[in-house]
Design a protein around this ligand. Structure first.
Ligand code: F6P
Length: 357
């Protein structure tokens, strides 16, 4: 009988359970019987040998359930070569536990860092299959990750709610959307929510351009402005700094986050009533939307097919609407950024949306 290990790693998202269900159902149908071992709290579970033997019932009724039934944790790739606080060598411990359970494959649901570790384990000789998770949609090699669309929905709903109150009170609102390194959620939700200004980490902004956008709206008789800013958006001045200095400047900022900094600048310039809204982790919470359930189920089925074919060392991806797989090594260590000349940015600019550039 096949023995499969499974874990969810890194920040959670809405369709982790839906994806695990897809894998489990696929395996059950392809193999008849299969033993699934769920490692608890991400790679931690594999390191310490904390797992539970899953029953088919564990995967029933979880298609629409957010979070992860296995728990998750962050364990940065760069820390993998360092022992745990209690002195356990992480990689050897993971290999040992994999072998102890006599696993045929380890399925890793994770984003960029987690898939880098998955690739490392694959290089060390374990049979590994990766599944592309993250609300940020920044995993290189796939057009879309599961969790992204649900997060865009939550962020868009937040903009919708802010929109009405901003209009009533004639206010400028700065809404901060998740994404430290990439701005996919901000770009999609900003357009979907009708934002007037969208600021992304990939497109450093000039605050004067933001003022110009506000002025334009005021001249048009519009009484409010919605600014969507990604967590990692930076000004042109900061972008020019060498990486180390840039990090220091950001760390030393007197504002809790970029949205507050931008709001303070606008308040100072216009002596007006600017407000900040930060949906934060709500963007990772709640049920997966229909699209995420659809792709997660397909991703899960593909993972099961790969296991059946003993085609390991692969990351399941979506390419041009087709679910397929690429070598883990091809994606490892690369991020999928929003290109400055992305078609959606061009179209948004045609609509009059300001990107601060
Ligand atoms: O999972 C990715 C992400 O949601 C980022 O967009 C966000 O900046 C970060 O996680 C928040 O992480 P944490 O849950 O550790 O606060």
């Amino acid at each position: 009988m096949k023995r499969i290990g499974m874990l969810t790693s890194g920040g959670d998202c809405q369709a982790l359970n839906a994806t695990m269900r897809g894998v489990a159902k696929g395996l059950e149908n392809l193999f008849g019987e299969v033993e699934i071992y769920g490692f608890l709290d991400g790679y931690k579970g594999l390191i310490y040998g904390n797992y539970k033997k899953m029953k088919p019932m564990d995967f029933t009724g979880i298609l629409s359930k957010g979070g992860t039934i296995l728990g998750t944790s962050r364990m940065p790739f760069k820390m993998m070569e360092q022992p745990t606080d209690d002195g356990v060598e992480k990689i050897p411990a993971m290999i040992k536990n994999y072998k102890k359970l006599d696993l045929d494959c380890l399925v890793v649901l994770g984003g960029n860092g987690s898939q880098k570790t998955a690739n490392l384990l694959s290089e060390k000789g374990l049979n590994v299959i990766g599944l592309p998770k993250t609300i940020d949609n920044d995993l290189w090699g796939t057009d879309v990750t599961f969790g992204f669309h649900s997060a865009v929905d939550v962020a868009t709903q937040c903009i919708d709610c802010i929109y009405t109150t901003a209009e009533s009170h004639s206010r400028v609102f700065v809404i901060e959307i998740m994404g430290h390194k990439v701005g996919w959620i901000t770009l999609y939700a900003g357009i979907a929510g009708g934002a007037d200004v969208i600021l992304l980490p990939e497109v450093p902004y000039d605050i004067k351009k933001v003022y110009k956008a506000i002025d334009k709206r005021t001249k048009q008789g519009k009484r409010f402005t919605i600014i969507c800013v990604a967590e990692g958006a930076i000004s042109k001045e900061v972008a020019k700094l060498p990486k180390k200095e840039r990090k220091e400047v950001i760390a030393k900022s007197k504002y809790p986050s970029v949205a507050y900094e931008i709001a303070a600048k606008i308040t100072e310039k216009y002596s007006s009533d600017v407000r900040v809204a930060v949906p934060g982790h709500t963007q990772r919470g709640g049920s997966p939307d229909a699209y995420d359930r659809f792709i997660s189920s397909r991703f899960g089925a593909c993972a099961a097919e790969l296991i059946k074919a003993e085609d390991f060392g692969k990351l399941v991806v979506m390419r041009n609407g087709e679910v397929t797989a690429i070598p883990l090594s091809e994606s490892a260590g690369k991020l999928k950024y929003v290109e400055v000349d992305d078609q959606a940015i061009k179209e948004a600019k045609t609509l009059g949306i300001c990107f601060g550039d």
